[in-house]
Design a binder for this molecule. Structure first.
Ligand code: ATP
Ligand code: MG
Length: 579
């Protein structure tokens, strides 16, 4: 197909949009791929829509290849199914809720677990029908608190969501593995650099959930990785626990008067002046008090012990305490529990008073610490874990730092930023329990189906590719998703060259290529700038050389240009595109 720039519904902008901070957003707007309608709501113009459709095609092909079947559910959904799973309220402010003229509540689907579970329940009733995986490529709505970077975080966006239904856990694992591999193929084909990260520490059984993060400085997700290829969400990082050390022969713990040392810094200063050897913050044990609210409504005070050189990471602590929620103790809590001496809390005082005490894995048996002695202005030196106090368990609450040892024992961790492009999740029975999605088993007894859910950010992917592939001149699409295979520019007013260009373009079209043809009368400089901004992988320039029988083929990726005989132009371009 030939698309003439003189007719294309396109207007490129010279300036970056005022609200754009990240390169992909600036370029996609400037190059006329998308246009903003409202915060987080965008229109797709012809070039943008072509990229979007090509991303969809790749996703669709790979989903079909694992036997998933495409359906399409409405975005406008009744309240009842989401009420049944409590998500009508639990989804919070991100759910778009609305009411019809009769007063019935509706929502705009943020994700469709409920509807897929109900769809399968409605159609299937025998084990012989299973397993089944269904998917859709569909518009989702989330009233994001901070819509961002154009289509990167929209309030209306396109997601591929699929859902697997299996008779047992082994089946679920197989469906999950099939999706994992399909996702790897999708992101590979789209030319995205990404990492697969464990989304949870695996407390619920292995890799119950993994995220695919595209490497990007502008990403909102922080993760860690090591040279060995290990990658994980910060919440999922497991601290390697040291081997237990021998306790025998360790000196007795000694209490000291340490006036005015409520902070780790002050304590370290005191210790180094007190002649007990060189001490750093890592030798001290800091005890942070939190108040938990359990799902049953009960509250509990818990002590968290971590090495004094580290801060508590609220996200890690929160993930470790789930499903309980936590907050730090306030002054009233301290007043109500006088045994908690602020700045001087120690493990022994907590245990004497029946407070659950969880420690960082580094606080292993046989490690000795400088920590609070549970009295104002007093600390204890040489308090040994496993001898002077026995923690109730370990907890991943301390911050992860660059240079920490990797959990797999190979190398050290570095932090990186990424954009979530996919998420695979062994859901289990939450939704099939809610709707009693059962089939008749082989032995005549009902079998409850087990479900997995899997998402790919299809519209986000357009921004992610633009983000990873642009340069300072403009977009730079990989051939797999480029709106056109080749961008042909007439850079000469000469009638023969124009006629020649028409001929070349017709030849490319006849060979089955998608051709963007800059047939405008604008100056060559303007056309070259636009070609760089729009970002087709190949640019064929028909200009001054035409009279001598040469044209120029430019590679937008490498920036290289080569002169080729005009007579071979069609064959050369076709070879490059098909190669
Ligand atoms: P995020 O952490 O970025 O908000 P999420 O955890 O909410 O993502 P899921 O609910 O797992 O995402 O949705 C599946 C996929 O849909 C994500 O991996 C992401 O690629 C995409 N996605 C989610 N929210 C948006 C959005 N607001 N705009 C565009 N794409 C999105
Ligand atoms: Mg989200």
């Amino acid at each position: 197909m030939i698309t003439r720039l003189s007719r294309l519904f396109l207007r490129t902008l010279r300036d970056d949009p005022a609200d754009a901070e990240v390169p992909s957003h600036k370029l996609l707007v400037r190059a006329g791929y998308v246009r903003r309608i409202a915060p987080g709501v965008y229109s797709w113009l012809p070039l943008g829509l072509r990229v979007l459709r090509r991303v969809e095609d790749v996703v669709r092909a790979e989903m079909n290849a694992i036997g998933a079947q495409e359906i399409s559910l409405p975005a406008l959904l009744p309240r009842e199914p989401y009420e049944a799973t409590k998500r009508w309220t639990e989804y919070g402010d991100a759910l778009f809720r609305l009411r019809d003229r009769k007063g019935a509540d509706y929502l705009l689907g943020p994700t469709h677990e409920e509807l897929f579970a109900l769809t399968v329940k409605g159609e299937y009733n025998s084990y012989k029908d299973l397993p089944v995986t269904l998917y859709q490529i569909q518009t989702k709505y989330r009233d994001e608190e901070r819509p961002r970077a154009g289509i990167l975080r929209g309030r209306e966006f396109i997601m591929k969501d699929s859902y697997s239904f299996d008779l047992d856990e082994a089946g679920l694992k197989a469906s999950y593995a099939a999706h994992r591999e399909a996702y790897q193929r999708i992101f590979e084909r789209l030319g995205v650099k990404y990492a697969i990260v464990a989304a949870t520490s695996g407390a619920m059984g292995g890799s119950a959930s993994e995220e695919f993060l595209a490497e990007s400085e502008v990403g909102e997700d922080t993760y860690v990785r090591s040279e060995s290829g290990y990658a994980a969400n910060v919440e999922a990082v497991v601290t390697p626990a040291p081997e237990p050390l021998p306790i025998e022969g360790l000196p007795e713990a000694v209490e000291h008067d340490t006036p005015d040392t409520p902070t780790i810094a002050a304590l370290v200063e005191w210790a180094n002046g007190a002649g007990i050897g060189a001490v750093t913050a890592a030798d001290t044990l800091k005890n942070v008090m939190v108040k938990l609210r359990h799902p049953d409504g009960k509250t509990e005070i818990v002590g968290i012990g971590i090495p004094g050189d580290r801060e508590v990471d609220g996200k890690r602590l929160g993930a470790a305490l789930e499903p309980a929620e936590f907050e730090l103790l306030d002054d009233a809590d301290f007043a109500a529990n006088p045994f908690l001496v602020k700045g001087y809390i120690g493990p022994r005082g907590l245990q004497r008073n029946g407070i659950r005490y969880l420690v960082d894995p580094r606080v292993g048996t046989g490690t000795a610490w400088i920590t609070g002695a549970d009295a104002p202005g007093k600390h204890v030196v040489g308090l040994v874990a496993g001898r002077d106090f026995t923690p109730d368990g370990t907890i991943e609450a301390a911050e992860v730092r660059d240079g920490d040892p990797a959990p797999d024992g190979r190398g050290t961790l570095v932090t990186a930023r990424g954009i979530e492009i996919g998420h695979i999740f062994q859901l289990g029975y939450k939704y099939t329990d809610a709707f009693e999605v059962d089939v008749l088993g082989e032995n005549g007894k009902p079998v409850r189906l087990v479900m997995g859910s899997y998402g790919v950010g299809v519209s986000r992917m357009v921004a992610v590719i633009a983000e990873q592939q642009h340069d300072d001149k403009g977009l730079r699409w990989p051939a797999e998703v480029a709106p056109y295979d080749v961008h042909v520019v007439i850079a000469n007013k000469d009638g023969a060259a124009r006629d020649g260009a028409e001929e070349v373009v017709a030849g490319l079209d006849a060979a089955g290529l998608e051709v963007l043809f800059d047939d405008r009368t604008a100056s060559p400089g303007v056309k070259f700038k636009d070609a760089e901004l729009l970002g087709m992988p190949l640019v064929l320039v028909i200009g001054r050389g035409w009279a001598q029988g040469v044209v120029e083929l430019r590679d937008r990726f490498s920036g290289e240009a080569e002169e080729i005989p005009a007579a071979e132009a069609v064959a050369a371009v076709v070879a490059r595109v098909r190669g």
